[in-house]
Ligand binder design. Structure first.
Ligand code: SR1
Ligand code: MG
Length: 432
């Protein structure tokens, strides 16, 4: 399946605020929706992610968001080429899971396969979750909504929620997104441990910690086992990059965006991405000011982590007992009353595995954001490098423990306790 019109991609061009209105005016009902004349539309490029252009287009009557995939990694420039075809897979993901997760996604108005460009609902007054968390905002629905999102998106695209023929068809389609899977393989599971010219860390404060991390064979083994799972366990269609920059929120609403890394993989990878990013923010909190506000926000973050896991667990189990749409654990094989206990045990065991996977992938995600190529604003916006490094060292210490202590935490309460245990002060002597 191809996401573009021809091999040479003659129609592709990079859009700019000056050229976008003319193009957009020819798209579907955009003129009617935005109102006024294209020349009067206000266009701003607002993208702050690593890969794409993002424009907000405001007309007199309405506004939309336009996202265009660049043919290179935006954060690196044209020296790191990358197929813009990721926009095709992003749209395929939206189409695949929208019927299952409803209002947790933005509304998609149009996809242009020549320009690799998506016109979608402008989410307002939503903010990127990462920015909200850095600003110590609280979102009461957050953990519950994201847990439900992962449960519903993953259940219905897995062998529990659909016949194997449909799953194989979808796997074949998303197997084409290998350029994006390559990024994850390299940046998450390889570079932090192998060393790479792309890596960076807070230096000199974290020099010794980063060197110790690369020399840590058990840690490298733990991360490599996660990489193996990532590549081989095609459990469900994943968002593939579910960090706090891929969520837009208000106190009343949660939306999941940016599924361009979509592929068939282990459910724990999406779970771990969200959990790991909550924990990164937890460790960054003192760098944004101490005192009661810091303590309270940290407490709230841990509560959201628990709400997230509990929401995922209960939603996934409820779907599994209500829906018999797939070929895994076939209802016909568990038809006798005596089989019910066996099925319940199998369900509990699978959820235990997902819980362990979530923690291990969260650890990988935390490590790559501190010593790899792509860092997070939670830490990057801490001006004082000593304070930043203290938070980063704590996050690395927790992550190392999660990847090297077998069955480190059996419950969310144990994880909450461990997160606090690994909080470090600003004395580098305590970081090893
Ligand atoms: C080269 S892209 C770097 C990172 O940005 C995206 O958000 C993904 O997390 C990717 O790994
Ligand atoms: Mg993204």
């Amino acid at each position: 399946m191809s996401g573009h019109s021809s091999q040479s991609e003659p129609a592709y061009r990079i859009l700019a605020p000056a050229t976008l209105p003319d193009w957009l005016a020819g798209v579907g009902d955009m003129r009617a929706l935005l109102g006024g004349r294209p020349v009067d539309w206000r266009v701003r490029e607002v993208g702050d992610g690593n890969l794409n252009l993002v424009f907000i287009v405001e007309g007199p009557d309405a506004s939309v968001c336009v996202k265009q995939a660049l043919p290179y990694v935006r954060a690196a420039g044209p020296s790191w080429p990358m197929s813009p075809q990721r926009a095709y897979y992003e749209n395929a993901y939206y189409r695949a899971v929208a019927p299952r997760v409803g209002a947790l996604l933005p509304r998609i108005h149009h996809y242009d396969g020549d320009l690799y460009c998506t016109v979608m609902e402008r989410l307002s007054p939503h903010v990127i979750l990462r920015q909200g968390l850095i600003g110590r905002q609280r979102y009461p629905r957050l953990g519950r909504d994201v847990g439900q999102f992962v449960a519903r998106a993953c259940f219905f695209t897995s062998d529990l929620g659909q016949p194997m023929e449909r799953k194989m068809e979808a796997m074949a389609l998303f197997a084409g997104n290998s350029a994006l899977v390559r990024i994850s393989v390299d940046l998450i599971f390889t570079d932090p441990y192998a060393g790479s010219a792309r890596n960076r860390h807070t230096s000199p404060q974290l020099d010794a910690v980063a060197a110790a991390l690369r020399a840590d064979a058990p840690l490298t083994g733990g991360a490599a086992r996660c990489g193996w799972k990532f590549l081989t366990e095609a459990q469900a269609l994943l968002h593939g990059d579910l960090h706090s920059g891929s969520l837009m929120v208000t106190a009343e609403d949660t939306r999941v965006i940016d599924p361009e890394f979509a592929f068939y993989g282990p459910i724990g990878f999406d779970l771990g991405a969200f959990l790991g990013n909550l924990l990164l923010n937890w460790y960054a909190q003192p760098g944004h000011g101490g005192g009661d506000a810091c303590v309270g926000q940290r407490q709230w973050l841990l509560e959201q982590a628990a709400a997230f896991w509990e929401s995922f667990r209960s939603c996934f189990l409820a779907l599994w007992s209500e829906t018999a749409g797939g070929d895994a654990f076939p209802a016909a094989a568990f038809a006798r009353p005596a089989d019910k206990a066996a099925l319940d045990r199998a369900r509990a065991a699978l959820l235990d595995t997902l819980f362990a996977d979530m923690q291990a992938f969260a650890a990988c995600k935390m490590i790559r954001r501190i010593v790899g190529f792509a860092h997070v604003a939670d830490f990057e916006s801490i001006i004082d490098p000593g304070q930043r490094a203290a938070g980063e060292a704590g996050a690395l210490a927790l992550a190392r423990w999660l990847l090297t202590a077998p069955e480190a935490c059996a419950s969310l309460a144990e994880l909450q306790e461990a997160v606090q245990r690994f909080a470090l002060d600003e004395n580098p002597a305590s970081w090893r």
